[in-house]
Ligand binder design. Structure first.
Ligand SMILES: Nc1ncnc2c1ncn2[C@@H]1O[C@H](COP(=O)(O)OP(=O)(O)OP(=O)(O)O)[C@@H](O)[C@H]1O
Ligand SMILES: [Mg+2]
Length: 502
């Protein structure tokens, strides 16, 4: 159905796709995986016609509907959620037609041609209305919204009143409700908690169209995909199974190549030993010559490796006092509902603490209050001596200035850091060379997350408060990040859904 053939694409001299090919067939359920910056999002853009490759064939049927969930933040109109969903699915147009026909018919002579025309239009719209299941649309919408974590009181709010993560969920709901022929979902799980995710897995079981989803979430991929596309070194590798299957196959492939390399190495050693031993023996001259030729002909087998980062490093700030934080009788109430009540605890220098709990338990709210970004309803937060906080959240990741390049964004932060120190810090977060002149809108999800971390670390800090910091990071970057956190001499308070990470 969708066909890409021999796609080549470079940005500023860096090759992203090097003869990449793929085909997507009807009803395929595909997981698209690969490290940060390998081109997953770009591949969606090519399918959607938003990016044109340098070379290669792109075939996408134009009679199929595509529902696309972008990875990046979206802007929605200031209308309420249900109206938005009606707009996107097309129900709104139908409703408007029905109403206007009704209105006009009331003032038209039933014997006239004009009336007959209106009637025809009305009947067509009614038919569409029933196809849309118009009467139960609102109930259906609420079911989907509820599944994604929305509550009754949200349904009357305007789309613009929601934070970035929730806007993504509204968009996701609109895609699920539109039931398109093809769904392209770019990291749909980033804003979902375990409960929402399980709900969506169930919902997608009944979806009979074609599904391609990008995700770093192994469990989600295992549940809903049957094929895995991996982008690696500019090419696309196909695996006939879900994510776990892919990992197993990849590992087996690696073992096989390792074995081949070992066998080859032994053979070469043996040949070299022979040459060394009989080099000066006239009677063996011919044999030695032929072995030398043989050596020259060896095609060295190599493991295909990606040029990958070395390490991430958090610069240590000045040492803080022993007691870093004291939380006393802290409560937070929204409307009349307590998010939490009378919390008491202390954190001490060097401690690394995880904040766990179901969604809605107020983890993010607590981090915002502790970091001074929101006021509690009652109680207090007392900081220790010389405590310097750095706060990372999904929201802060969305606060990059899209008119800047990486270097300009870093430059806009007041700091005593010298340029060379800034460059080193960027390097420690895997931005090297010309990377720093990239405009922010082109950065991949993982790159944006890393840049945000750099920004919050630019002021010497000794207390990191991190709310879901690893959502966009691929596994190897995630590991580097974990190691850096463990080495960090300051205090850490972290919220994460990733159990393995904790
Ligand atoms: N228009 C552009 N100009 C320059 N570089 C670009 C452009 N578009 C994308 N890139 C670069 O191409 C690479 C691939 O980006 P892409 O967003 O496709 O990665 P991704 O696989 O989705 O990564 P992630 O998992 O981090 O979201 C990134 O390094 C990105 O900065
Ligand atoms: Mg991406």
């Amino acid at each position: 159905m969708i066909q890409l053939q021999d796609i080549y694409l470079s940005f500023n001299g860096k090759t992203l796709f090097n003869s990449l090919s793929l085909s997507i067939n009807e009803k395929n359920r595909i997981g698209l995986v690969g490290n940060n910056g390998t081109g997953k999002t770009t591949l969606f853009h090519i399918i959607l016609g938003k990016t044109t490759p340098d070379r290669g064939l792109v075939e996408v049927p134009n009679n199929k509907t595509i529902g696309y969930l972008p990875q990046d933040l979206v802007e929605l109109e200031p209308i309420n959620i249900i109206d938005f969903l009606k707009n996107v699915t097309g129900l709104k147009v139908v409703e408007t037609t029905l109403k206007s026909c009704e209105h006009k018919m009331a003032f038209t002579d039933p014997q006239s041609d004009q009336y007959q025309n209106l009637l025809k239009k009305y009947e067509e719209a009614s038919h569409l209305f029933s196809v849309f299941d118009g009467y139960s649309f609102e109930a259906k919408s609420k079911k989907v919204l509820h599944g994604l974590g929305f509550e009754e009181k949200d349904y009357s709010k305007l789309c613009t009143e929601f934070s970035g993560g929730w806007k993504m969920k509204i968009l996701l709901a609109s895609i699920l409700l539109s039931n398109p022929d093809i769904m392209l979902l770019d990291e749909p799980t980033n804003h979902l908690d375990t409960e929402n995710m399980e709900w969506m897995e169930k919902y997608l079981e009944d979806y009979s169209g074609t599904l391609v989803t990008i995700s770093h979430d192994r469990r989600f991929l295992d549940k809903i995909t049957q094929l895995t596309f991996e982008i690696f070194n500019g090419k696309l590798n196909l695996y006939h199974g879900n994510y776990s299957f892919y990992l197993k196959e990849k590992d087996q492939k690696r073992l096989l190549i390792e074995k081949e390399i070992e066998t080859q190495r032994k053979k070469i050693e043996k040949t070299e030993a022979f040459i060394e031993r009989f080099r000066y023996k006239a009677t063996k001259a011919a044999q030695v010559q032929s072995r030398i030729k043989m050596l020259e002909k060896f095609n060295l087998i190599e493991m295909e490796k990606e040029a990958k980062p070395v390490s991430i490093h958090f610069p240590p700030g000045e040492r803080s006092g022993l007691e870093v934080l004291k939380v006393e009788n802290l409560s937070k109430k929204y409307d009349s509902r307590f998010v939490f009540k009378n919390i008491n605890f202390s954190l001490y220098r060097g401690e690394k603490v995880a904040l766990a709990g179901v969604n809605g338990a107020g983890k993010s709210t607590l981090t915002r209050i502790i970091s001074g970004n929101e006021d509690p309803t009652s109680g207090q937060v007392i900081y220790g001596d010389k405590v310097k906080i750095a706060f990372f959240s999904q929201e802060s990741a969305q606060n990059l200035n899209y008119a800047h390049t990486i270097w300009e964004e870093i430059g806009s932060i007041p700091t005593k850091m010298l340029d060379i120190e800034k460059r080193n810090l960027l390097g420690a977060f895997l931005f090297s060379g010309d990377d720093i002149y990239k405009p922010i809108p082109v950065l991949s999800g993982g790159e944006k997350a890393r840049l945000t971390l750099v920004k919050i670390l630019m002021n010497e800090t000794n207390f990191l408060i991190l709310d879901e910091p690893t959502n966009h990071l691929d596994m190897s970057t995630n590991e580097l990040f974990q190691r850096a956190l463990m080495e960090y001499s300051g205090t850490v308070l972290i919220v994460s859904h990733d159990r393995y990470f904790l």
